[in-house]
Design a protein. Structure first.
Length: 278
C-alpha cells in the first residue's frame, strides 16, 4: 500500500508520528518507495494520514536523520536510501559510541577482505579476475593523493564485489574507506606520504591476485592478511608517530574518530567518494 493510499484509520493518535515513520520506512526498505523517488507533499501526507503538518514534519525529520530521505526546503522530500550509506552510518556510530580503536577496525578489515578473497577464489569468473588484476596494476601508476586513494579503493572494491556476497562487499567497502581516509588524513594531503603505504604493498596485492586466479582460497586469504598486517605500521610511519604501540594506537584512533565525524554525518549525508563500482 503506498503512502497516498494509506488509510487514516490505521494511525492511532497517541503515536501518529512513530507510525508514519514506520509505515514510510517499510515502504522505502521494501522498494515501494525506491531510491530517488519523491515522497508525497507535506499536505498530501497530512491528508493521507489525517494528521497535522507538524506531525508530518517530525516524521520526515526522523527519516532524514535515519538517512532514508533528503528533505529540502520548498521541495518534496526525496528518498535517498542506499545500502552503503545506511551501513556507513551504523558502523560509524558503533565505532564512536563503543570507542573502538583504529587497530581493531583495521584488523576487522583484514578478516573481512580475507573472507572476500576466499570467496573470490571460489566463485569469480575469468573476466572478474582480469578486472582484479587490472585494478592491482593501476595502483603503482597513481601519482597523486586522489588517484592513489582511488586506485587502492577500487582494488579492494573489485575484490569484495567478486566475492558475490553483497553484505560482505558493503562492509568491506566502507571499512576500506575508513582505512583510506585515515591514511589520507595522516598524510596531510601529500602524495609521497600515501605512496609510502600503497607502494611497498604492490607485491602483496599481486600475490592476492595470483592466489585468486589459482583458485587457492587459503593462499588468497593468507595474502590478504599479510597485506593488512603491514598497513597500521605503514600508516604510523607517515607522520613518524613513533614505535610505541600505545602512542601509535592513540594517534591512529584520534585521527580515525576525527575522519568519521567529518565524513559521516546525520541524515546519511557523507562526503565519501562513491566507488566506481557502486
Amino acid at each position: 500500500m503506498s503512502a497516498s493510499q494509506k488509510s487514516s484509520s490505521a494511525i492511532r493518535r497517541e503515536r501518529a508520528a512513530d507510525q508514519i515513520i514506520e509505515d514510510l520506512r517499510s515502504q522505502i526498505l521494501g522498494g515501494a518507495l525506491p531510491d530517488g523517488s519523491r515522497l508525497p507533499s507535506e499536505r498530501e501526507l497530512a491528508t493521507n494520514y489525517d494528521v497535522s503538518g507538524p506531525t508530518v514534519r517530525e516524521a520526515v525529520r526522523v527519516l532524514t536523520a535515519m538517512g532514508l530521505v533528503n528533505a529540502r526546503n520548498g521541495n518534496r522530500s526525496t528518498v535517498t536510501a542506499q545500502g552503503d550509506t545506511l551501513l556507513a552510518m551504523s558502523i560509524a556510530s558503533v565505532v564512536q559510541f563503543e570507542r573502538v580503536r583504529a587497530r581493531e577496525v583495521l584488523g576487522l578489515l583484514g578478516t573481512l577482505n580475507g573472507y572476500a578473497a576466499e570467496l573470490a577464489a571460489e566463485h569469480a569468473d575469468s573476466d572478474e579476475i582480469a578486472r582484479l588484476r587490472e585494478a592491482a596494476g593501476a595502483v603503482p601508476r597513481a601519482n597523486s593523493v586522489e588517484s592513489s586513494a582511488a586506485a587502492v579503493r577500487d582494488f579492494f572494491a573489485v575484490l569484495s564485489e567478486i566475492s558475490h556476497n553483497p553484505l560482505l562487499a558493503s562492509l568491506c567497502r566502507f571499512i576500506t574507506e575508513m582505512q583510506i581516509g585515515l591514511a589520507v588524513r595522516l598524510s596531510g594531503g601529500e602524495a609521497g606520504g600515501l605512496g609510502r603505504i600503497a607502494g611497498p604493498l604492490n607485491t602483496e596485492r599481486m600475490r592476492i591476485v595470483a592466489a585468486v586466479a589459482a583458485r587457492d582460497s587459503r593462499r588468497a586469504s593468507a595474502a590478504v592478511h599479510d597485506h593488512h598486517r603491514q598497513v597500521p605500521e605503514r600508516i604510523a610511519e607517515i607522520r613518524e608517530i613513533g614505535s610505541r604501540p600505545h602512542a601509535q594506537d592513540s594517534t591512529l584512533t584520534e585521527a580515525l574518530t576525527a575522519w568519521l565525524r567529518s565524513n559521516v554525518t546525520i541524515g546519511g549525508q557523507t562526503t565519501m567518494p562513491r566507488s566506481t563500482l557502486s
